[in-house]
Design a protein around this ligand. Structure first.
Ligand code: ABU
Length: 461
């Protein structure tokens, strides 16, 4: 088969796949246990390839057994659906297949990434931010600790950890901080977990106590990471108060805004991250609410030069040459050598939808979350386990038979729904054993009618 014929065929398959998302008969997931799926797919590696004819079948097969994250009933993850121009960006990125290491091999991409970092920084309130795209929000959070350490000890790169550092995060913070302190040699025992209040916000008084404790334990308080939009409850930490504590103690302040950052587009909701510009650095995942496609994560900072100081080293003889555009190279600011051109996805998406488009998207998703919240409050068979302030709505279904354990009921119901395949939403739990659904309004394809359908289904059990 000629490539061009295959491409025509491929676009038909793609069109069918995407159109089927809006049919009420299309499952969001064709659930198979891993064992079963192993028996349904041919995992052998052919000695002689099957040619493009086989590729069509492989594409169909992949679509069949993949979760339809653009399906309106997919509210499982902090991403859902995708931006069409970003898809085109992904194709363009792949076809041009270059690396972001130097300006020379990625000229326009280098400028686009820098402009995006500056623009995202503007929204945070930074003047002329510096930033780099990274392999995800987890990596951006690690980069924050890495940069904070470099600022504290400029010789950390050469000498390693010469102090016992302490890192402060709230109990509700993302687990990536645990990974980061492990990788950076700081150690998980030196991650101070600050208590949160009954809404899930970091308790500033406890933060101060934990800093005092770390100092008593002869540790160097290195960084406080607040969260703007926690993964489970969607809570925003009190940024200004936390920043006051950070400044008082001369500690780097990072905001993990991987999920919540896009509220900065909205006139109505940007107050949720009031004081963002005070912090030293920020994590922003454009692949979450903004739908720019995995992975479009940024680490942003107002501390110019720190990325290069912390990450540069090596490659001068063969890659990072002295030449007229050397100042534009980004390889020395990154932990990667080969780095995919992910910025083009967000660039195409932003140019197409505009900042107002993002504002409308954020406001619309808030409306949906609030609609769902109201429906829960009105139902005698549903109950909120937390008052939502963002796009995460955490709730339980109350079993009709009150002799049934409510937590077990909700857990079983969640897996029944996934196995049935028509709805996919995640669940979580509190320390006291409360198990609840977490419905996340990241997916722009979910309509008010889809919300009603979902409620009908969960009440029908
Ligand atoms: N940082 C990935 C978050 C995944 C989720 O909570 O859906």
């Amino acid at each position: 088969m000629e490539k061009v014929d295959f491409l025509k065929k491929f676009f038909q398959i793609l069109d069918k796949y995407l159109s089927n998302n809006s049919s009420s008969h299309t499952p969001v997931i064709n659930y198979q246990s891993a064992k079963n799926l192993e028996s349904l797919v041919d995992f052998s590696f052919p000695e002689v390839g099957d040619g493009l004819e086989k590729l069509e079948q492989l594409v169909e097969e992949y679509f069949t057994y993949s979760v339809r994250t653009s399906h309106p009933q997919f509210n499982n993850q902090l991403n859902g659906g995708f931006s069409f121009p970003a898809l085109i960006g992904e194709l363009v990125s792949f076809i041009t297949n270059t690396s972001m290491a130097t300006y020379e091999i990625a000229p326009l991409a280098t400028l686009i990434e820098k402009k995006l970092a500056t623009k995202l920084g503007d929204l945070i309130g930074y003047t002329n931010a510096e930033g780099i795209m990274v392999t995800g929000g987890s990596n951006a959070n690690m980069m924050a600790i890495h940069c904070a350490r470099n600022q504290y000890d400029e010789q950390a790169k050469e000498k390693g950890n010469r102090h016992q550092y302490a890192v402060f995060v709230s109990k509700q913070a993302h687990y990536s901080f645990k990974k980061a302190v492990n990788v950076l040699g700081i150690g998980i025992d030196n991650l101070y977990v600050v208590q949160s209040d009954d809404q899930g916000k970091m308790l500033v008084a406890d933060l101060e106590d934990k800093i005092d404790l770390a100092k008593k334990e002869k540790k160097i308080p290195l960084i406080i990471a607040s969260t703007a939009g926690t993964t489970v409850l969607g809570v925003f930490d009190p940024i200004k108060e936390i920043d006051r504590v950070a400044k008082k103690n001369n500690i780097w302040h990072h905001i993990d805004g991987a999920w919540g950052a896009p509220v900065l587009f909205s006139k109505q909701y940007s107050h949720l991250i009031e004081g963002a510009s005070l912090a030293d650095s920020f994590t922003w995942d454009a692949h979450k609410l903004m739908g720019a496609g995995l992975i479009t994560s940024f680490f942003l900072t107002k501390k110019h030069g720190v990325l290069s100081q912390a990450n540069s080293g090596g490659g001068k003889k063969y890659l990072f040459h002295e030449y007229e555009n050397a100042d534009y190279d980004t390889g020395h600011m990154s932990l990667q050598c080969g780095r995919k051109v992910d910025c083009i996805k967000l660039w195409f998406a932003w140019k197409t939808i505009g900042s107002n488009g993002y504002r409308d998207l954020v406001d619309k998703q808030f409306e949906k979350a609030q609609y769902f919240k109201k429906k829960i409050e009105e139902s005698k068979n549903l109950q909120l386990v937390h008052t939502p302030s963002y796009l995460n709505v955490c709730f339980q279904v109350i079993p009709k038979d009150d002799s049934i354990d409510i937590n077990k009921y909700n857990l079983d119901l969640r897996f029944k729904l996934v196995k049935e395949g028509m709805y996919m939403i995640n669940f979580s739990s509190f320390d006291d054993g409360t198990i609840f659904f977490r419905k996340v309004f990241a997916n722009p394809n979910t309509t008010f009618a889809d919300i009603d359908l979902f409620i009908e289904r969960i009440l029908d059990y």
